[in-house]
Design a binder for this molecule. Structure first.
Ligand code: FAD
Ligand code: FES
Ligand code: MG
Length: 298
């Protein structure tokens, strides 16, 4: 009666996690770090616009992060994480030599890259991390890429050098006016358009939901086809949980498998904003408990 069930005796041990070691870490801005992670299988397959779902520790929830870059010699991929709530803070606190508990990818559809002419790549905050590989791919495909990026302040800009070395034009807006235009990235779009109206074939926008919504309203007025890379709450990233459901052109879509890129003029941004706030009470409680444990030295 008290003998162990056969399955418990014979069950093979779960395979140990191969790869996913943090190889390198760099602070890009206050609260934002770059992690180079060993992931040879993902490195060989990923395309701009795709992402991974990871757990920093075995006790963590899953979070999605964009694939920013890769290195074939090192069999690695680059991720950029902004410490926002509990799990992104735990992720950004990892140090070289430590392993992620799990890493799944590449996920989602790659960005649609074509030779179109002048392409406006617009990003706010950590959205610049997703913008970089997409802007680079558009530039390599023979487009004239204009990157318009927004940050809170000069010291919060990320990937400035990398973008500058890659795209035809790079302009910044900062909320406090410490670099570039004093204002947000939508103000920067208006200012750029005032002298370049009519020249844009396509726009790609990524960032906080109100920013994407305002950018899409503007490009609708301009008559410029626009895609937005959406950031709904994702759990499994494989189309099974329904967490990332968005409405595009009146149709339900799962951003993890059918996106994250969609026609920005068709996206129901109001619903997306509501759904992203759905768990804010639990997220705040998780962060409070986490900070309390850190305060206790744990
Ligand atoms: P919480 O306190 O739990 O949540 C804070 C807010 O983050 C929430 O209100 C919600 O809006 C959002 N969020 C929470 N959980 C999730 C989740 N499981 N999935 C998506 N959003 C969530 N951030 C980066 O810093 N760098 C990136 O490259 C990046 N790429 C992303 C790519 C995609 C396709 C998506 C969907 C999101 C991406 N994000 C990225 C956002 C990142 O996933 C969230 O900041 C992170 O999940 C927050 O988790 P948390 O526990 O730290 O914060
Ligand atoms: Fe579960 Fe997309 S994250 S369906
Ligand atoms: Mg969380």
């Amino acid at each position: 009666v008290f003998a162990k069930p056969a399955s418990a005796v014979t069950a093979p041990k779960a395979p140990s996690v191969e790869g996913s070691t943090i190889l390198h870490k760099r602070i890009l801005a206050p609260g934002t770090v770059l992690l180079e992670v060993e992931a040879p299988l993902i490195q060989r397959r990923w395309k701009p616009g795709q992402f991974v779902i990871l757990r920093p520790t075995a006790a963590s929830e899953r979070i999605p992060l964009t694939l920013v870059d890769s290195n074939a010699e090192r069999g690695s991929v680059t991720l950029i994480v902004q410490a926002l709530g509990k799990t992104s803070r735990v992720t950004s606190a990892l140090e070289p030599g430590q392993k992620l508990a799990s890493l799944l990818g590449p996920l989602g559809q790659a960005a649609h890259i074509e030779r179109l002419g002048t392409v406006l790549c617009v990003a706010g905050g950590v959205g610049v991390a997703e913008l970089f590989p997409v802007a680079r791919a558009f530039q390599l495909a023979g487009n004239h890429v204009v990157a318009l990026c927004g940050a809170r302040s000069a010291g919060y800009r990320i990937l400035d050098e990398e973008l500058r070395a890659t795209v035809a034009e790079l302009h910044w807006a900062t909320d406090d006016g410490t670099h570039g235009l004093n204002g947000n990235v939508v103000d920067l779009m208006r200012a750029w358009w005032a002298v370049n109206a009519g020249e844009v074939a396509h726009a790609h926008v990524i960032g906080p939901i109100p920013m994407m919504r305002a950018a899409a309203e503007l490009t609708r007025e301009w008559g410029v086809p626009t895609v937005a890379s959406l950031n709904p709450v994702m759990v499994d990233g494989t189309g099974m949980c329904g967490g990332c459901r968005v409405t595009v052109g009146g149709q339900a879509r799962f951003a993890c498998v059918q996106g994250p890129e969609f026609d920005a003029h068709q996206v129901d941004f109001e619903e997306l904003a509501l759904r992203n706030r759905a768990y804010s009470e639990q997220e705040q409680a998780a962060l409070r408990d986490h900070e309390c444990l850190i305060g206790l030295g744990r």
